[in-house]
Design a protein around this ligand. Structure first.
Ligand code: SF4
Length: 64
C-alpha cells in the first residue's frame, strides 16, 4: 500500500487522525495533515482506507 496526501486540499478536519492515528497526524499550527507512514504495515491498511473515505476534502490517495 502506498499513501499520498495533498496538503493543498486538506481542510484540517482531522478525520484521518481519528481513523488512523498511526498513519496520520496534524500540524500543530494549522491542522494540516502530516503523513507519518506512506507505506503502513498490513495491520493499518483498513484504518488507512477508512481515513481516505472519511476525508471530506478527498486529500488522501491510497494505492493498493
Ligand atoms: S481528514 Fe482530510 S481534510 Fe481532514 S485533516 Fe485529514 S487529510 Fe486533511
Amino acid at each position: 500500500m502506498k499513501i499520498t496526501v495533498d496538503e493543498e486540499k486538506c481542510c484540517a478536519a482531522g478525520q484521518c487522525v481519528l481513523a488512523a492515528p498511526e498513519v496520520f497526524d496534524q500540524r500543530d499550527d494549522d491542522g494540516v495533515v502530516i503523513l507519518l507512514d506512506e507505506a503502513p504495515p498490513e495491520s493499518e491498511h483498513e484504518n488507512a482506507r477508512t481515513a481516505a473515505q472519511l476525508c471530506p476534502a478527498a486529500a488522501i490517495a491510497v494505492e493498493e
